[in-house]
Design a protein around this ligand. Structure first.
Ligand code: ADP
Length: 494
């Protein structure tokens, strides 16, 4: 089957979170199952820098051409590279004024305006036109989150504006329901959709344009990144205003737990670690721990439990709960290492904790891929107190690295971590808590600390986690079934 992925992120070229990881890994797993897969991505400044660092450059896939948005021509280039390990083609849509943003891939334009609707309209239109020009017609167009959702809308409501795409079915994956692509209603003409779409209110979200909403109305099949999150987003508490639509389309909605890329996240051959290890010999993990404590400026001989936290510093992740609980946890002998960037208030609290608890609390700011690997390998436990979590990858990396996850029981965290209840040490691989409060989080971390000193039980939890098969193969099989359904509901042959 020919499958094209359209996304704003794809690791290693451009990534701010799990979306990039998934789009960097799922296509490779599908290709290993003999599908003909490619990925379409804006040529972000990050991607250009990735190539420059390697003294490489993607090749021109087709001569530059003009794409018309609101009657104005925009010149785009289409470059072709490939995903490392496996050779899946990646087509980059290049238009520097839109995609070369030094402040980040979602940064506003020079006047401070969020021009996302324009940028991603150009991306989608250019990608579809380029597919035609180079003769790559997919049977499945798989769009990720709101940014390329216009493609599914064009498919459902205007025949892709081109009969050449008649044989295409669409799948839309929700990676994070909080980012919906909301824009003022007067930007509707930019999308180039038929007027009936506006009249029918198909994009209307509380009086504004909702691109994710439109994509969900239009997609042949909708997936999200864990079975529990698929249930949660159909409730008013978890649906971020889209629950009614999702309930109405529940027969088209399915949750598929993400896998992890074992080529990138594997302690047996991770180039970022100071020592390698596996489930049968954990001595390398002790060395990674030593090295991390040294980098953090902690006492390396102290045998007490060290917990880590990695992620975007936003309300969703619940790191404020950890920061509030930190003084009490430190008083009880715990040490904490955090890596993240985001909300200034959270960064401020981290700086304060570091100042007052030198040697027990260490904060690293910014985005640091290498350090994230070192933390995953070096800490004893990783904390994810998320208020909501569609899937979550960091806890899956922890499992693979013999680091015990302590997570709030929500979304994909509930699906991927088996909580230790005191009796199930043959299957448990982590710790769960329910209430999103500093108190409940601290209580669970202290319970984990108690088990940490019962070394036999702790090793069982570590090993159980390392033996979980979280590879993409399993998820890729489920995506195959979703693709098959997408073609079926559109009345297309498999
Ligand atoms: P989300 O997609 O909501 O950000 P996930 O847990 O699904 O959360 O994915 C987060 C990914 O981003 C993981 O690979 C994690 O290691 C990485 N990550 C997040 N923040 C940082 C950071 N500051 N430095 C390095 N990696 C980070």
């Amino acid at each position: 089957m020919k499958i094209s992925h359209l996304s704003a992120e794809c690791s290693p070229f451009a990534k701010t979170g799990g979306l990039g990881d998934v789009v960097g890994a799922l296509p490779k797993a599908l290709a290993r199952r003999d599908h003909d897969v490619d990925v379409w991505l804006p040529f972000h400044l990050e991607a250009a820098q990735w190539y420059r660092r390697r003294l490489q450059w993607p090749v021109e896939a087709t001569p530059p051409f003009d794409v018309s948005v609101l009657g104005r021509p925009y010149r785009v280039g289409i470059l072709k590279g490939q995903l490392p390990h496996g050779g899946v083609p990646v087509y980059f849509v290049a238009h520097d004024p839109f995609f070369h943003r030094p402040a980040g891939i979602y940064a506003p334009n020079d006047s401070g305006m969020d021009d996302g609707l324009w940028r991603f309209t150009l991306f989608v239109r250019a990608a579809l036109e380029a597919m035609r020009r180079i003769g790559r017609r997919p049977q499945i167009l798989h769009t990720h989150d709101w940014h390329p959702a216009l493609a599914t809308m064009l498919g459902a409501w205007s025949g892709w504006r081109d009969r050449w795409f008649d044989d295409v079915a669409s799948v839309l994956t929700i990676h994070n329901i909080q980012y919906q692509g909301i824009y003022p209603p007067d930007q509707f003409p930019t999308l180039g959709l038929p007027d009936e779409v506006r009249a029918g209110g198909l994009l209307d979200f509380r009086g504004a344009l909702g691109l994710l909403k439109g994509g969900l109305e239009a997609a042949d099949i909708i997936t999200t990144v864990s079975p529990t999150f698929a249930r949660e987003i159909q409730t008013p508490e978890g649906g971020a205003g889209l629950d009614a639509i999702l309930r109405g389309r529940s027969d088209r909605l399915t949750g598929i737990l993400n896998g992890i890329d074992r080529e990138v996240w594997n302690p047996a051959h991770d180039p970022h670690l100071s020592a390698l290890y596996g489930a049968s010999d954990l001595s390398g993990k002790a060395e990674c721990r030593y090295e991390l404590l040294r980098i953090a400026g902690f006492e390396t001989a102290d045998p007490g439990m060290v917990v880590g936290a990695i992620g975007r510093l936003v309300d969703q992740k619940g790191f404020d709960l950890l920061l509030e609980a930190a003084p009490e946890l430190i008083r009880r002998g715990l040490r904490i290492i955090m890596l993240g960037s985001g909300e200034p208030a959270l960064e401020g609290s981290m700086r304060l904790l570091e100042k007052h608890h030198h040697g027990h609390f260490r904060a690293f700011f910014g985005y640091d891929e290498v350090l994230s690997h070192r933390i995953e390998a070096g800490v004893d436990a990783l904390v994810m107190p998320s208020r909501f979590e569609p899937c979550g990858l960091s806890q899956m990396y922890s499992l693979a690295y013999g680091t015990v996850p302590i997570v709030r029981k929500t979304g994909g965290l509930a699906d991927s971590v088996v909580g230790f209840d005191g009796t199930n040490e043959n299957v448990a691989n982590g710790f769960h808590f329910e209430d999103p409060s500093p108190h409940a989080l601290a209580a669970e971390i202290l319970r984990a600390q108690h088990v940490f000193f019962q070394r036999g039980t702790w090793y069982r939890l570590m090993r159980n986690g390392m033996l979980v098969d979280n590879s993409w193969e399993n998820a890729a099989g489920q995506y195959e079934a979703a693709y098959q359904r997408a073609r079926e509901v559109r009345g297309l042959p498999w």
